[in-house]
Design a protein around this ligand. Structure first.
Ligand code: SAM
Ligand code: DTB
Ligand code: SF4
Length: 331
């Protein structure tokens, strides 16, 4: 493979990346890759600032999809108890607590294949209540129709999370109950409704480096780069088919972050799942390589995340600080 082409201004977003170009970035010497990513990061962001989100599983377990990594799929015996959709007020109370603990964005996750119209009024009430607290709102509820996307936008939803998860060639090794195109269609509905997109994937599912490049290539050629780009390190869930996957080498994880920063220069690149297993040195390298967003709070959806105190210590050690929240107008 040839050395990667370097445009005159590598910080300018491009949508014409080829898969080979993206893979060639992974092959750069580590220090060169991280340096280039850090340069691009500084063009669009203050590298001492982190965007802070907090998650809540508003409907847990019993999901009809067969995503091979997921604790919440009803196809696997993971021992997780399924629960019904929470009351709007319970969600709003949890969001207030998250806000008072320093979160800027509150993300509501549901273990659904797709949003059912019968659940829309309750979900809309949660969203508008969370928005009224002055938080940025995000939801991840499975597939949406264009009409549902518009209804969520009207309720006050700022971001919709819908991950492509992996490269297109590896996708059917991970999930077979929906297609890559289904995911792309929901992302298009979200964009068309005027919401910001949160879209990324997972590493550590047994995929190759080319599959990782394949995921980032797909994100880079979207009509609009994701506003948020979560990179999840697999949280292995006993009972799921991917529980025994080989862990990703920490330096390869940093490469994934750096290439994400280079191909989607203006996106918030998030170290999503997996920080629980990461040293502070690894997280610091990720921040150097262009990551600028994290989830806080001791829980992700069903798995553990570093607690408040350890994240406060991390930020203090690194002299990093939360990004000033964009003031969001109540709906
Ligand atoms: N059901 C919705 C969906 O699949 O879009 C929303 C919830 S789903 C749990 C959100 C994302 O979390 C998945 O797309 C996947 O990327 C990530 N995720 C789920 N389980 C994970 C795990 N065990 N380790 C890392 N990431 C995971
Ligand atoms: C994303 O990319 N990661 C978050 C959020 N978007 C919804 C979810 C991570 C889930 C990790 C496994 C769990 O807690 O069940
Ligand atoms: Fe369901 Fe989402 Fe889990 Fe897939 S990732 S099984 S769609 S909750």
């Amino acid at each position: 493979m040839n050395a990667p082409f370097r445009p005159a201004d590598p910080a300018q977003p491009r949508h014409d990346w080829t898969l080979d170009e993206v893979e060639a970035l992974f092959d750069l010497p580590f220090t060169e890759l991280v340096f280039r990513a850090a340069e691009v990061h500084r063009r669009w962001f203050d590298p001492t600032e982190l965007q802070i989100s907090q998650l809540l599983s508003v409907k847990t377990g019993g999901c009809p999809e067969n995503c091979g990594y997921c604790a919440q799929s009803q196809h696997f015996k993971t021992g997780l108890a399924a629960s019904k959709l929470m009351d709007a007020q319970t969600v709003i109370d949890a969001a207030r607590e998250a806000r008072d603990g320093g979160a800027q964005r509150f993300c509501m996750g549901a273990a659904w294949r797709d949003l059912k119209d019968r659940d829309l009024p309750k979900v809309a009430a949660m969203i508008s209540g969370v928005k009224a607290l002055g938080l940025e709102t995000c939801a991840t509820l499975g597939m949406l129709t264009p009409e549902q996307a518009k209804a969520l936008k009207t309720a006050g939803l700022d971001y919709y999370n819908h991950n492509l998860d992996t490269g297109p060639d590896y996708y059917d090794q991970v999930v077979t109950t929906r297609t890559y195109q289904d995911r792309l269609d929901t992302l298009a509905a979200v964009r068309d409704a005027g919401m910001a997109t949160c879209c990324g994937g997972i590493v550590g599912m047994g995929e190759t480096r080319r599959d990782r490049a394949g995921l980032l290539h797909q994100l880079a050629i979207l009509p609009a780069h994701p506003d948020s780009l979560p990179v999840n390190d697999l949280m292995p869930i006993p009972g799921t088919p991917l529980a025994g996957s080989e862990a990703v080498d920490p330096l390869e994880f940093v490469r994934m972050i750096a290439v994400a920063r280079l191909v989607c220069p203006k996106s918030m690149v998030r170290i999503a799942a997996g920080r629980e297993h990461m040293t502070k040195e690894l997280q610091a390298l990720c921040f150097l390589a262009g990551a600028n967003s994290i989830f806080v709070g001791g829980r992700l959806l069903t798995t553990a995340n570093p607690d408040k105190d350890s994240d406060a210590a991390l930020l203090a050690d690194l002299k990093m600080r939360p990004m000033s929240p964009k003031v969001s107008e109540p709906a």
